[in-house]
Design a protein around this ligand. Structure first.
Ligand SMILES: O=P(O)(O)OC[C@@H](O)[C@@H](O)c1c[nH]c2ccccc12
Length: 259
């Protein structure tokens, strides 16, 4: 079984567990169902284009940073120009939890991407109830029909949709309603990073869709290369998080790439 299959197996159990504890009706009581919306579509153009991630650990890297708090990190990300922040909520494989989003939502004014493996409608209500603005749909975990149904549900909750693809076959998951197409530079099955592969895939996207380059952006050259190739957004985690002070690293990066 590859890691992605393991994650999905585990996720199914977690969802069943959560459903037995909290109903969708209960989730809807959250104050976040009726609040100001932060839009990445707007922020991609007006800010750096970087979606800066808070991530404690990952299956490919092990522990990255478990010493810093989400609030200190994402406040700095916001201050120095992140278009949005991405916060992992998977506990088992990424060391994240809902509290990581809840503890920052009312302190920042940029959108938050709930980064998790979305396979069930229930999770969209959950995402909304903890204050997320954007959700990730991973094509390799879903059928094209699920992508279009989940996109509709997300939009009905005022959540923006980032659809992640990694291969030519997954181009068929794209529909005109998704807000952004993310191309993962990292293969989730074997963790290999290949930027040129992403550029080739980007060239096959529909003309007017906003594109985000995801993962494995490890230095200024990588970033500049992808920007020159026309990506609108850049999802970066480890490069900042592996530092003692991720916010400071973000600031340094922004000033070096001059955006
Ligand atoms: O830390 P990196 O290499 O900069 O990558 C960030 C982000 O793209 C990565 O965490 C990611 C992209 N797609 C995912 C899907 C699930 C979990 C994590 C991810």
């Amino acid at each position: 079984m590859n890691i992605l299959d393991k994650i999905i197996e585990r996720k199914k159990q977690e969802i069943a567990d959560s459903k037995s504890k909290i109903s969708v009706e209960k989730l809807k009581d959250s104050e976040f169902f009726s609040r100001k919306i932060f839009s990445l579509k707007e922020n991609l153009k007006t800010k750096s284009g970087i979606i800066a991630e808070f991530k404690r650990k990952s299956p490919s890297k092990g522990i990255i940073n478990d010493k810093v708090s989400p609030l200190e990190v994402v406040s700095q990300y916001e201050k120095f120009g992140a278009s949005a922040v991405s916060i992992l909520t998977d506990l088992e494989f990424f060391g994240g939890n809902f509290e990581d989003i809840l503890s920052v939502r009312n302190h920042i004014n940029i959108p938050i991407l709930r980064k998790d493996f979305m396979i069930d409608e229930y999770q969209f209500y959950e995402a909304k109830s903890i204050g997320a603005d954007i959700i990730l749909l991973i094509a390799s975990c879903l059928s094209p029909t699920q992508v279009s149904e989940f996109t509709e549900l997300a939009h009905s909750l005022n959540l923006e949709v980032l659809l992640e693809i990694h291969s030519d076959e997954e181009l068929k998951h794209i529909n005109k309603n998704v807000d952004f197409v993310g191309i993962n530079n990292r293969n989730l099955k074997d963790f290999k990073v290949d930027l040129q592969h992403s550029v080739n895939l980007k060239n096959q996207l529909p003309q007017d869709i906003l594109s985000v380059a995801e993962s494995g952006i490890y230095n200024e050259e990588d970033f500049k290369f992808l920007k020159e190739k026309g990506f609108d957004g850049f999802l970066m985690g480890e490069y900042f998080m592996k530092n003692e002070n991720p916010g400071e690293k973000f600031e340094e990066f922004i000033s070096n790439v001059k955006i």
